[in-house]
Design a protein around this ligand. Structure first.
Ligand code: AMP
Length: 127
């Protein structure tokens, strides 16, 4: 089933400068900004500027340039935050929620970067 992108989602409005964000990094294809309800001392959202709903949409439809830019932007932000283990940092967690089971709230693909404390168990166990 082809994806249909809702251009009224909150991140689309941030990309159009209709609502503000606390910008962390901007490149040709990528924007990163602070999460409005941080779950860790560092909580950054990284989004492609293109209209992609989730990771599988992005992975299948985005250009190589967009994908490389997105991936390298995440690396740059982690380096800026000083959390890269390869550079002596304490680490981080990347999360990309998708669809109902992934409990995705905003239907524009985004990667969460969480860092600044031990992030805890990977998932909340139920039953
Ligand atoms: P997800 O559940 O993966 O879709 O996460 C959506 C994230 O967007 C949540 O962590 C929200 O706190 C965050 N969020 C929602 N509105 C804004 C906003 N205007 N600026 C920054 N972050 C936001």
């Amino acid at each position: 089933m082809p994806y249909s992108y809702d251009d009224q989602n909150i991140f689309a409005k941030i990309l159009r400068n209709e609502i503000p964000c606390n910008k962390v990094l901007e490149t040709e294809h990528t924007l990163a900004f602070a999460d409005i309800a941080p779950k860790a001392p560092h909580h950054v959202l990284v989004i492609p500027k293109g209209a992609y709903v989730n990771h599988d949409h992005f992975a299948s439809q985005a250009s190589d340039a967009e994908i490389a830019d997105f991936t390298r932007s995440i690396g740059r932000i982690c380096a800026q935050l000083g959390v890269n283990p390869g550079e002596g940092g304490n680490g981080y967690r990347l999360i990309a929620n998708a669809g109902n089971d992934g409990v995705q709230e905003v239907p524009h693909f985004h990667m969460h970067i969480l860092a600044g404390r031990n992030i805890g168990p990977m998932v909340l166990m139920r039953d």
